[in-house]
Design a binder for this molecule. Structure first.
Ligand code: PGA
Length: 261
């Protein structure tokens, strides 16, 4: 796992945007896994800024897959992850809606929604680069503590902590749906490159457990330790709990310039 600690969010966003654009230039029909929440927004703004400046690659053939989705919101709700990713990223990038996929939360299809989403990812050829955040309880996508490291896309129940953390998108914790559809940890581990971003001190404990603690279901984000190409980008506050922070900084400072993320 590569751990990159940087002093500011803008630098993190620029590096992740570089990795996304490098991929899309190499592979114009790349498959991008996209995350929601507050953390990836600076990355999305940077990608959109570059497109508006006329220096971005062409996203016409890129396919997008979201990590997860709420169950039980009214159709078309602005808080849904489908609408969020369209608003923050794919619409401003000019991507056709037919190239943007998410787990389907319609009530009559929930029983096989996970299998259908897994099939859609498989049919696209698998995810090339998966953006990830981390929950303050260590969740990865909406795989809450206790999730199987081998899990596939399925329905899950959010913890009280996650519902409190996400209340800002709804008005109150009570309005945050209890149930979600989420890619499983086993699904996420099949993406070819995992890129996790964490910013702010509220993530420090979960991040330290994920990166330096034991691999286990009690900290779902620790599954990253099983992946052959995982990159973790942090600001100083999110890195505050890491014991080997000085080493990660040294590695980054002396990294061969040809290597990329
Ligand atoms: P956040 O969410 O970026 O809004 O903190 C991250 C997550 O829950 O995975």
């Amino acid at each position: 796992m590569e751990v990159v600690v940087l002093p500011d969010t803008a630098r993190i966003a620029a590096l992740v945007a570089d990795a996304v654009e490098d991929l899309v230039r190499r592979r114009p029909d790349a498959v991008l896994g996209v995350a929601t929440g507050s953390t990836p927004l600076p990355v999305y703004r940077e990608l959109v800024r570059r497109r508006d400046a006329g220096v971005a690659p062409d996203y016409d053939a890129v396919r997008f897959f979201t990590l997860d989705e709420y169950v039980g919101l009214p159709a078309g709700s602005e808080a849904s992850y489908r609408c969020t990713i369209a608003r923050e990223l794919t619409d401003p990038l000019g991507v056709d809606a037919s190239h943007v996929h998410g787990p389907d939360p319609s009530p009559d299809g929930l029983a096989d929604a996970g299998e259908r989403y897994e099939a859609a990812i498989r049919d696209a050829g698998g995810i090339d680069l998966q953006l990830l955040g981390i929950g303050s309880d260590g969740h990865l996508a909406f795989n809450e503590p206790g999730s199987s490291l081998a899990s596939r896309t399925r329905i899950k129940t959010l913890t009280e902590q996650t519902r409190r953390d996400n209340a800002r998108f709804f008005g109150s914790a009570q309005e945050v749906p209890r149930h979600v559809l989420t890619q499983g940890l086993g699904t996420i581990l099949e993406a070819r490159h995992l890129v996790l971003v964490a910013t702010g001190g509220a993530k420090a404990a979960a991040l330290a457990a994920a990166v330096e603690g034991p691999v286990g279901a009690s900290c779902p984000a620790s599954a990253l330790q099983l992946h052959p190409h995982a990159t973790v980008l942090l600001d100083d506050a999110a890195a505050a709990g890491l014991e080997r922070a000085a080493h990660y900084r040294e590695v980054w400072e002396h990294k061969p310039t040809w290597q990329g993320l």
